[in-house]
Design a protein around this ligand. Structure first.
Ligand code: URA
Length: 211
């Protein structure tokens, strides 16, 4: 029988002023250490090269959430560094932004074998880490890349086609959803839809929309 997710002890209080960059880095590092030792999903823990925690600006206004690490991410320990990540970088550049403007993580911190979709119990096991990262970053906007990110974050079964183009609230963050870059690699015709979603994101964030 699958064990219920274990909820860890609260983190020790950070020695830095609350909300400062040092405080956020310290708290993320505490979480990173717990994630590195996590064995809640035995299949994933035994197959991984390493955990893929998250990367980016701890003071970012914007959090990107993807699905799970793939082979490149598992090898390098960083989210979105493979082909989908290259496309994500192009989308970020087309928005007039840089990767440093974001914090980037996934629903899962371990690569599912063969890049299969995360199982609900794996997403549940990893939720504590996602919630911890969201609490530290405290983003104004969350962009969910693909159905797995959107459905797991918000606990909905609505399709990504129905979720995109709308905004949702998660705590203090506004959530927008769009297609996953891997889907765009297989279906380049959907790039125009993602650009519409990025324009909505930029407008709502009060940023200029490149022509
Ligand atoms: N796809 C994802 O959803 N996340 C990654 O980190 C890489 C590919």
């Amino acid at each position: 029988m699958h064990a219920l997710p274990v909820v860890s002890e609260p983190l020790a209080p950070s020695p830095h002023p609350a909300g400062s960059r040092e405080d956020r880095e310290w708290r993320l590092d505490q979480l990173r250490q717990r994630v590195a030792a996590c064995t809640r999903c035995q299949e994933l823990a035994s197959a991984r090269t390493q955990t893929v925690f998250g990367v980016g600006n701890p003071e970012a206004r914007f959090l990107f959430i993807g699905e799970a690490p793939g082979a490149d991410e598992d090898a390098q320990g960083e989210p979105f560094v493979g082909a989908a990540g290259q496309l994500l970088n192009k989308i970020i550049a087309a928005c007039g932004l840089k990767r440093e403007d974001f914090y980037i993580c996934n629903i899962l911190r371990c690569r599912p074998p063969g890049n299969r979709k995360p199982l609900p119990e794996e997403a549940a096991n990893c939720r504590e880490w996602l919630d911890g990262q969201i609490a530290v970053i405290d983003p104004e906007f969350i962009v969910c890349w693909g159905a797995t990110a959107a459905q797991n974050l918000m606990g909905t079964e609505e399709s990504i086609g129905r979720l995109r183009g709308r905004s949702f609230q998660h705590g203090r963050a506004t959530v927008l959803c769009t297609y996953h870059p891997s889907y765009l690699l297989r279906n380049p015709a959907a790039k125009k839809d993602v650009w519409e979603d990025m324009k909505l994101f930029l407008k709502q964030a009060g940023l200029p929309v490149p022509a």
